[in-house]
Design a protein around this ligand. Structure first.
Ligand code: TLP
Length: 349
């Protein structure tokens, strides 16, 4: 039986061109700034995201942590969505390692934070009771908001607000190229208004390892120091960065295929009994859907699908996530839909 793995785009494997580039990579000691392949990847990343500089880090989690540690001191506050990856799924790193106080405001269904909510959360710096607000964190695409995209006009509005209160903005852009593809804009158009951005090579772009942190030269120097603090300074890291270069050169333009497959999946799932899903909301490669009262719980549906070779993720008692990626074609989507149909029909019988 063919296995259709829709648990995440993190399961993607490197392409043959990536493996070859890894084999051929020119290497040096990156902590000494002497790995030519890492240096090239960092320069490419900075250029793509319209920033002065970039630093290569082992994971998206470390990329976000390095940024928060660079922006905020002990006891300072970072405003973020209640469904932000940084808040929910990074092991509380900014609090555990940096003593940074997270302040959540509700994520709207489209991944945005309501600007009135953000403004209301900003602390009065003259009141000694409060932590100092330093940072606003955004996420594009928004993982838990079903891959929703934030637009350039929204980013500009957040910038205006941040400037009024002298705050910095960090963007978790793990899937920034998915957002750019969906909107038909450059990634730089989505990062113009932020002080720092992280993005992942090891999700839709299919590289095996690594993320980039981009920002001003001064910011990236601080991020480089924080990477060292966390033990993320790697030596001959060009062997990994080489795959990242191929990812940026060859894997961005195909992301539209993943979005079309996600839409195909959503349109096929929506009419099935017990599924609550509006396919019009699916903008990129993440499909999150709910199970109506009366349908089996998410764990039961996911187990049933797995028996048909289709893997999805449980993200709530009645909520399931499926993510399309390089390893998934239209036939796989059709296999997933056939499995979902059998599982949900069986549960009604
Ligand atoms: N997300 C993973 C899991 O952690 C849930 C996934 O399968 O989607 N920012 C965002 C928006 C992410 O979605 C992720 C990974 C990260 C950061 C962290 O990246 P890694 O896993 O490389 O540390």
């Amino acid at each position: 039986m063919r296995i259709v793995d829709l648990r995440s785009d993190t399961v993607t494997l490197p392409t043959p061109a990536m493996r070859q580039a890894m084999f051929d990579a020119e290497l040096g000691d990156d902590v000494m700034g002497e790995d030519p392949t890492v240096n090239r990847l960092e320069a490419m990343a900075a250029e793509r995201l319209g920033k002065e500089a970039a630093v290569y880090v082992p994971s998206g989690t470390m990329a976000n942590l390095v940024c928060l540690l660079s922006h905020c001191a002990r006891g300072e506050e970072a405003i973020m969505g209640h469904m932000a990856h940084t808040f929910l799924f990074e092991a509380g790193g900014s609090a555990a390692v940096g003593s940074i106080h997270p302040r959540t405001v509700p994520n709207q269904i489209d991944g945005t934070l309501d600007l009135d909510d953000v403004e209301a959360a900003i602390r009065d710096p003259n009141n000694a009771h409060y932590p100092r607000t330093r940072l606003i964190c955004l996420e594009n695409t928004h993982n838990r908001c079903s891959g929703a995209v934030l637009t350039p006009p929204y980013m500009a509005q957040v910038r205006t607000l941040a400037n009024r209160y002298d705050l910095k903005i960090h963007l978790d852009g793990a899937r920034i190229f998915n957002a750019a593809t969906a909107l038909g804009v450059t990634a730089a158009a989505l990062t113009r208004d932020v002080d720092s951005v992280s993005f992942c090579l090891s999700k839709g772009l299919s590289a095996p390892v690594g993320s980039l942190v981009c920002g001003s030269a001064e910011f990236v120097w601080e991020a480089r120091r924080q990477r060292k603090v966390l033990g993320g300074g790697m030596r001959q890291a060009g062997v990994l960065a080489a795959a990242g270069i191929v990812a940026l050169e060859t894997m961005v333009d195909r992301l539209a295929e993943d979005h079309a497959n996600a839409r195909r999946l959503a349109e096929g799932l929506a009419p099935l009994p017990g599924i609550v899903l509006d396919p019009a909301r699916i903008q990129t490669n993440i499909v999150i859907f709910d199970l109506a009262p009366g349908a089996p719980p998410a764990a039961g549906v996911v187990a049933g699908m797995a028996a048909h070779g289709v893997k999805m993720g449980v993200v709530g008692p009645r909520r399931i996530r499926a993510v399309t990626h390089y390893g998934i074609g239209t036939d796989d989507i059709d296999q997933a839909l056939a499995a979902a149909s059998v599982v949900l029909e069986e549960s009604r019988a």
